[in-house]
Design a protein around this ligand. Structure first.
Ligand code: DOR
Ligand code: ZN
Length: 352
């Protein structure tokens, strides 16, 4: 077993970095490792137009401390009021590569999301004609549908009809969590890809309830049964080019997670590539990590692959119990995934 591995610099095709102090805290964690990050637009208020995405990108770059490999790519938030002109303006902005479809009410800051896909068909047709990518949070919002079934229902109710209606639309089914999600992506042809998070590869819903209720394992889509995790592991590590790295790292403060109504979101940017490396090692598939982390996403987005490399070292280290928010006076830190526990791999950076 080698003590180091080298791979082409990876990209994170799905991440939340928020704004202000939290942004300043989390962006350096991504910038230490990733080339491109695909920044989700669910701020309050959401990032809906090209000019706002430019300002937001500047804020992210300013927090990255001049890392010269780091390139935030932006996604715009679709609402019922998004116009075809908004899409055409986005298409002229080289830093915008997609539009994010949040079904209204599906998750954190999705209240301004789309109430019905049928209402935005002209906008989706324009997205398809530009070659921009539709990034989908794939869960139905009907409160009568069991929370564990919302992704599978979304495939039948929304994704399959949408693909029939606009087959040329290029879709990333974000953070898939189910066997049905894997099967849909495999059968949907070259215009559909999917991101897979570290938490859905590492954990099943039992982990959310082991010895008590564990709010730091709560995210949306929610962790599923073990059998779904096995399908995701096979998809991520099996070499299929439709599946690629997207952490869905979603920082919330400790108090907003450890609450009577805790927020959805798992923070993983501090150890993202290391977590995926563990998964691939456990599956005896370290030789396939590079394609999943560094090639498949770039190829799907029709962007050049990165050319520089990163090195991972096999060494035990302990994840901090929490990360203090930069410039915050009160003690309300971000609790990362694996807080206080040990990791087997570590990215080698100039500091180490
Ligand atoms: O767990 C989640 N957190 N899922 C999402 O879709 C949004 C994200 C967030 O922004 O916190
Ligand atoms: Zn997300």
């Amino acid at each position: 077993m080698p003590d180091t591995i080298q791979i082409t610099r990876p990209d994170d095709w799905h991440i939340h970095v928020r704004s202000g102090k939290i942004l300043k805290t989390v962006v350096p964690h991504s910038a230490r490792c990733f080339g491109r990050i695909m920044v989700m637009p669910n701020l309050m208020p959401p990032v809906c137009v090209s000019s706002r995405a430019d300002e937001y990108r500047d804020e992210i770059l300013a927090a990255s401390a001049g890392s010269n490999h780091f390139n935030p790519l932006m996604s715009l938030y679709l609402t019922d009021n998004t116009s075809t002109e908004d899409v055409l303006a986005a298409d002229k902005n080289p830093n915008i590569v997609g539009f994010k479809l949040y079904p209204a009410g599906a998750t954190t800051n999705s209240d301004s999301g789309v109430t019905s896909v049928s209402r935005i068909m002209p906008v989706l047709e324009t997205i398809a004609s530009t070659g921009l990518v539709l990034q989908v949070h794939g869960e139905v919002t009907d409160p009568n549908v069991d929370v564990f079934d919302r992704e599978a229902e979304f495939i039948d109710q929304v994704l399959k009809p949408l693909q029939r209606e606009i087959p040329e639309l290029r879709i990333v089914f974000e953070h898939i969590t189910t066997r049905q999600g894997v099967e849909f992506v495999r059968s949907a042809g070259d215009n559909v890809g999917a991101t897979i998070t570290p938490q859905h590869l590492l954990f099943s819903r039992n982990d959310m309830f082991s010895g008590g209720i564990r709010p730091h394992y709560y995210c949306l889509p929610i962790l599923k049964r073990h059998e779904h995790r096995l399908a995701l592991l096979e998809a991520a590590t099996g070499g299929d080019t439709s599946f690629f790295l997207g952490t869905d790292s979603a920082p919330h403060t400790k108090l907003s997670k450890e609450s009577s109504c805790g927020c959805a979101g798992i923070y993983s940017a501090h150890a993202a590539i290391e977590l995926y490396t563990e998964v691939f090692e456990a599956m005896d598939a370290l030789d396939r990590l590079e394609a999943f982390a560094s090639f498949h996403g770039a190829d799907f987005y029709k962007l050049p692959r990165n050319t520089d490399k990163i090195t991972l070292e096999r060494i035990d280290w302990e994840v901090p119990k929490n990360y203090q928010v930069v410039g915050q006076k009160e003690k309300n830190p971000i609790v990362p995934l694996r807080a206080g526990e040990s990791m087997r791999w570590r990215l080698l950076t100039e500091e180490h």
